[in-house]
Design a binder for this molecule. Structure first.
Ligand SMILES: Cc1cc2nc3c(=O)[nH]c(=O)nc-3n(C[C@H](O)[C@H](O)[C@H](O)COP(=O)(O)O)c2cc1C
Length: 320
């Protein structure tokens, strides 16, 4: 098994952001077939759940194919012992890296003291990093994805994280309180990059928030001297978000109605094949329907019709 050599990535490198219930193996393969990012992340997976009888239900989130490499598994949770055990398993499963989600702003998650709530529990945050590092051994890079702070920007949090000499630190440029309501603060991300320059020069800094495509990401990386850029929701409006835009236009803008519907059909077929035992529910396809069946005459009406389908067979019949 080959470990991800983060330093061999292009500069800047581009990551497909982890998005729960969106970036599963199926969607990652679709994005990869159009314009691949340099690195993929899984959706976040709870280590306490993975080390419990509920494990089987979570395993599909860790499914991947060789086409989606390099791939980093993103984990979250509360119990350092479970981070240790899970990290060991992720090495066995053949992942290229492990990322700790220290950024999720979900109210229940925060109430439970996980993810971004760790800003206020640095003892536990440190134990989690150490446990994951021990579990991963020397073979896998360890990274953290976080925000600017809980309710305020708190650079002491990033200083704290940088002291652990992580291989990579991804920053979503908002506080948890801001959710996604304000524009991402790229100057704050740059400030953290400067902290990195003195505290942990080998840690790669990845900026994240509101980047729509590679061209915009390249400009931001250059301006703020960042190593990498992570794009999430940008793929909703343009599945070719990672394409090099030499002509200035995305291929998506030129795609016909027929091509878009064909792509949705391809997604549904891959979904049916991958989740043949009901691991993912039919309604999760609706958000992808909005991506593909869009921006052509009659798209809204067709979407409404497609979303009525009660079974995969019915949906595929409609798409034919
Ligand atoms: C539907 C959805 C699910 C998300 N799930 C995760 C997740 O599992 N792990 C994580 O670190 N961030 C998650 N995020 C946050 C994104 O990774 C990213 O940080 C955020 O959307 C900002 O980047 P963007 O403006 O490029 O989308 C999620 C975001 C969305 C919209």
């Amino acid at each position: 098994m080959k470990a991800l050599k983060l330093n061999n990535l292009p500069k800047p490198f581009f990551i497909l952001a982890p998005m729960d219930d969106v970036t599963d193996t199926v969607f990652r393969q679709i994005i990869g077939s159009l314009a691949p990012p340099d690195v993929y992340f899984t959706e976040f997976v709870n280590v306490d759940g993975l080390q419990s009888p509920g494990r089987e239900k979570l395993l599909p989130k860790l499914q991947f194919t060789e086409k989606e490499r390099p791939i980093i598994a993103q984990i979250w949770g509360k119990n350092p012992e479970n981070f240790y055990k899970t990290a060991k398993e992720l090495v066995q499963m053949g992942f290229d890296g492990i990322d700790l989600n220290f950024g999720c702003p979900d109210k229940t998650v925060i109430k439970n003291g996980c993810c971004i709530a760790l800003v206020n529990n640095r003892g536990l945050a440190g134990e989690i990093i150490q446990a994951a590092r021990e579990g991963a051994g020397t073979s896998l890079p360890l990274s953290v994805k976080t925000r600017l702070g809980l309710s305020e920007i708190d650079y002491t949090w990033h200083e704290f994280l940088l002291k652990y000499k992580l291989n990579m630190l991804s920053i979503h440029g908002r506080t948890a309180k801001q959710m996604s309501r304000v524009p991402a603060d790229w100057h704050a991300i740059e400030h953290i990059r400067k902290l990195r320059d003195t505290l942990s020069p080998a840690t790669l800094i990845v900026g994240n928030g509101d980047v729509m495509n590679r061209a915009q990401g390249e400009k931001l990386a250059k301006k703020h001297k960042l190593d990498g850029i992570m794009i999430g929701r940008g793929v909703f409006s343009d599945p070719f978000a990672f394409a090099p835009l030499s002509s200035g236009k995305s291929p998506w803008e030129q795609w016909s109605k027929k091509q878009k519907i064909e792509l949705y059909k391809k997604h549904v077929e891959l979904f049916a094949k991958t989740w043949a035992h009901g691991e993912s529910k039919l309604h999760t396809l609706n958000k992808f329907c909005k991506i593909y069946v869009n921006d052509f005459d009659g798209a809204k009406e067709l979407r409404e019709q497609l979303m009525q389908a009660k079974t995969i067979e019915e949906l595929l019949g409609m798409l034919k």
